[in-house]
Design a binder for this molecule. Structure first.
Ligand code: ADP
Length: 296
């Protein structure tokens, strides 16, 4: 059995009215611990965290439910969740996504993901602004989502600026790097075209946050949802790679990108790189500086 903390196991046993029969370790989580579990012959996916801020899993549930409501890409159903309570860590119980046993055609999978991602991005209503109806988290870091009509102001203040403030507080960046990011922030109105079209974003779309689900269909997990400019999401997918080329082709077939996007790709990687500097430090500082340099 995977070592699910005893107080959590007890909490689940009470909740289910039956003991856990089996559990398996999941891999890949950088923030939480996770396991697949089996109770009463049914399988579930369980995440837990001893250091989660209050409302951490509630924010993840809200994000998953927001994506689900868009009805564009499958996400796991969320079942139960609680904040940390004494010895019992914060936890979230959700639907287990079973990965197919048979080999999956990656290019076909990519095409489906591209089409569905474009549909997700298009799931906004007239009058929607940037932001979301609640704040949430990216990894373990706070992500504010106030309503804004200007993308430049939203990106500057609530994405790049907020993470830069955190880096300053934590001493994660030296003054020269801080000054470079500040210069970039001041130049944003010149660097970005006047395009205030919001898109519904997963918000943390690196290759660890999609799964190949039943039937080889895409499933998104672990989001940091908000309405932002879609180019920041695509740039995020390109930061560490791991997405099939067919995804981009299929995306563009549904909703072509502006021809100027490649010039902004690095700029849009600054926010996720700042998040990585704040979460993991070290090597990401160099990458951050490399992303900022062409624009200042
Ligand atoms: P973290 O919040 O720690 O980053 P994730 O939500 O990304 O954790 O999950 C870690 C790993 O567990 C994923 O890479 C994926 O392989 C697996 N996983 C996540 N959610 C599910 C699920 N609902 N069903 C099955 N496996 C899952």
């Amino acid at each position: 059995m995977t070592t699910i903390p005893a107080p959590l196991r007890q909490r689940l046993t009470e909740g289910f009215g039956a003991p856990l029969e089996r559990s398996w370790h999941a891999t890949g989580g950088s923030i939480n611990q996770a396991a697949a579990i089996e109770v009463g012959g049914e399988r579930f996916f369980l995440k837990w965290n001893r250091d989660a801020p209050r409302g951490f899993f509630a924010a993840e549930v809200h994000g998953l439910q927001t994506l689900r409501a868009a009805d564009a890409i499958r996400v796991p159903d969320t079942l139960e969740w609680e904040d940390q309570d004494g010895d019992c860590p914060a936890w979230l119980l959700m639907e287990l996504i079973e990965t197919p046993a048979a080999r999956v055609d990656r290019q076909a999978f990519g095409r489906q993901l591209g089409e569905q991602l474009a549909a997700l991005h298009q799931s906004v209503s007239p009058g929607d602004t940037f932001g979301l109806d609640r704040d949430n988290f990216i990894g373990a870091l706070p992500q504010a989502n106030p309503s804004a009509t200007s993308w430049v102001a939203f990106l500057r203040d609530h994405r790049i600026g907020a993470q830069l403030d955190l880096a300053r507080e934590r001493g994660a960046l030296r003054p020269d790097a801080i000054a470079q990011v500040e210069r970039l922030m001041a130049r944003l109105p010149d660097l970005l075209p006047d395009d205030d079209t919001p898109a519904l974003l997963h918000g943390d779309l690196w290759s660890g946050n999609y799964m190949i689900g039943p039937g080889g269909a895409p499933v998104l997990i672990d989001p940091a949802v908000y309405r932002g400019h879609r180019e920041i999401e695509l740039a995020f997918t390109e930061l560490f790679g791991g997405f099939p080329a067919s995804m981009y082709e299929a995306y563009e077939a549904v909703w072509p990108l502006d021809p100027g996007y490649p010039e902004r790709r690095l700029l849009y990687q600054v926010y996720p790189l700042l998040v990585h500097v704040n979460l993991f430090g070290g090597s990401y500082v160099k990458e951050l500086k490399r992303a900022v340099a062409p624009y200042i």
